[in-house]
Write a protein that binds this ligand. Structure first.
Ligand code: ZN
Length: 487
């Protein structure tokens, strides 16, 4: 991963979702087979491996700069959902990494090297799984069509470091535009974003078109895409401060009409929603509600409107009641859901959360263990197990589970953060330093990462295998540092 500085400085932000766009030229309107060929000039400018490294460095800076959601169920949902969409996409390199930004503002983005970003606000706004999928399919299309690398030539004359501009705009979106510091940062980058907009028009059309086909091939009703665009248009009409990506890429009537026409031409049978998606929405709604009490009121109203037949409302109400400390009522509300959907991981975890909150730690663990028999690698279940063992004072057992998770999810900073805590309590000090080093590397705090690796090396003493491993990590760190400096 040797980047020339000048090259990195001329990179284009792929996109901050969106896509505006007038009607497609007739020549582009017929099928998926008339895309511009890939791999030609773009490949010679930037290799896939360079894109990959650049994207991972970029996402570490983003993680260091915004609050992310560390909810394992939500992360797992986004990851499995997007991976399964990717199977019917044109994406060949499917090494993806994800970041869920803690913000009620609607935003989604893709960055080179397989980075997919989602604001919690997307869950709040996309009413069905198919609408959510239509945005994700659009983002995957930016990656599969390599819009990043293909724009390089056009962007060569840009002076402003565009990756930095893209970072600023994502951070701004996360902050909701209300923070003066971020606003100032953003205005200095406005020129770069302006420049990006002119070139992104064609990419946005292509992402809509390729994304729509992917949506249909993944088994969704393609009409969810124009539905989502109409929703976006309404948001921007009624909002004082429209979401960031609507500012840069307004959804206009012709874009809506175009995707509506295309969707109607495709075989329109397909699924629209899932209970899993609605349960994840309930989690995000609960997260952003002022108090568990208010959330409970809202979910109860929804449940009553459906005569008790609304799984996600029941699920949300259960979680809200647990957080409000009303365990008995939570148990009563949860019971029908547990009867009907006792195999669902989120439902099992809600039951375990209730048990643990009410002090029934063994019962909580038993529920998780029993579900792990069926899904032994399920990451939310494993993390719940590590957490419950930790809270039961079984530090060594908890450390075993978190070590397994750290191997499984080596690029997940939340896991390393938890690993440092658990290993500390289990008395594994070398392990604490190593976990902290990984955490700091993944969140772009390289000085701290280096310090932790130094401490780990001291601890390793005469353990040459361990020392060699740490030295390799030191080398990785210095490569990473060189790459970040180039931004
Ligand atoms: Zn886009």
């Amino acid at each position: 991963m040797h980047f020339r500085k000048q090259l990195v400085r001329t990179l284009v932000p792929v996109l901050i979702l969106g896509g505006s766009l007038g009607p497609l030229p007739q020549s582009m309107a017929s099928s998926e087979f008339n895309l511009p060929s890939l791999g030609d000039t773009s490949a010679s400018i930037m290799s896939r491996e360079q894109e990959y490294q650049l994207g991972r460095a970029w996402v570490s800076m983003l993680r260091g700069a915004v609050r992310t959601m560390d909810d394992p169920l939500l992360k797992d949902y986004v990851e499995s959902h997007v991976y399964s969409l990717a199977e019917t996409s044109q994406l060949t390199d499917r090494r993806l990494t994800f970041v869920i930004v803690e913000s009620p503002q609607l935003n989604a983005f893709a960055a080179p090297g397989g980075v997919i970003g989602v604001n919690g606000g997307l869950f709040l706004n996309a009413q069905t799984e198919a609408e959510f999928a239509s945005v994700m399919a659009h983002e995957l299309a930016h990656l599969s069509q390599r819009h990043f690398a293909r724009n390089l030539e056009q962007q060569q004359r840009m002076r402003i470091p565009v990756m930095t501009a893209m970072l600023a705009s994502v951070i701004l979106a996360a902050a909701g535009g209300g923070d003066a510091g971020f606003a100032a940062l953003a205005s200095t980058q406005a020129a770069a974003i302006q420049e990006q907009r002119r070139f992104s028009r064609q990419n946005e059309q292509e992402a809509d078109r390729v994304g729509l086909l992917n949506l249909q091939q993944a088994g969704y009703d393609p009409r969810a895409m124009p539905d989502m665009f109409e929703r976006l248009a309404r948001i921007s009409r009624f909002s004082q401060t429209p979401p960031e990506f609507l500012l840069t890429h307004p959804v206009n009537q012709s874009r809506i009409a175009d995707s509506r026409n295309r969707a109607e031409q495709l075989a329109a049978e397909g699924r629209l929603d899932s209970i899993d998606y609605q349960m994840m929405r309930a989690r995000v709604q609960l997260h952003h509600e002022q108090s568990p009490g208010l959330a409970a009121q809202r979910f109860r109203l929804l449940l009553d409107e459906h005569q008790g037949e609304h799984a996600a409302a029941r699920y949300g109400l259960t979680l809200a009641l647990i957080r409000a400390g009303q365990y008995e009522e939570a148990g009563r509300v949860l019971e029908p859901l547990l009867q009907a959907r006792g195999n669902s991981v989120p439902v099992v975890m809600a039951a375990a959360e209730l048990d643990a909150s009410a002090g029934r730690m063994d019962q909580a663990l038993a529920r998780i263990e029993s579900r792990l028999q069926v899904n032994p690698d399920n990451f939310p279940l494993l993390q719940a197990k590590a957490d419950l063992l930790l809270r039961s004072g079984k530090h060594a057992q908890s450390a075993q589970v978190i070590d397994q998770l750290a191997r499984q999810r080596a690029d997940d900073p939340d896991i390393w953060y938890l690993a440092a805590e658990i290993r500390g309590l289990a008395g594994n000090i070398l392990g604490v330093h190593l976990a902290r080093a990984e955490y700091f590397m993944l969140t772009s705090d390289l000085d701290q990462a280096e310090e932790q690796l130094g401490l780990a090396l001291d601890r390793a003493g005469n353990d040459y295998v361990q020392a060699a491993r740490i030295n390799t990590r030191m080398q990785d760190l210095s490569n990473h540092r060189a790459l970040l400096k180039s931004f």
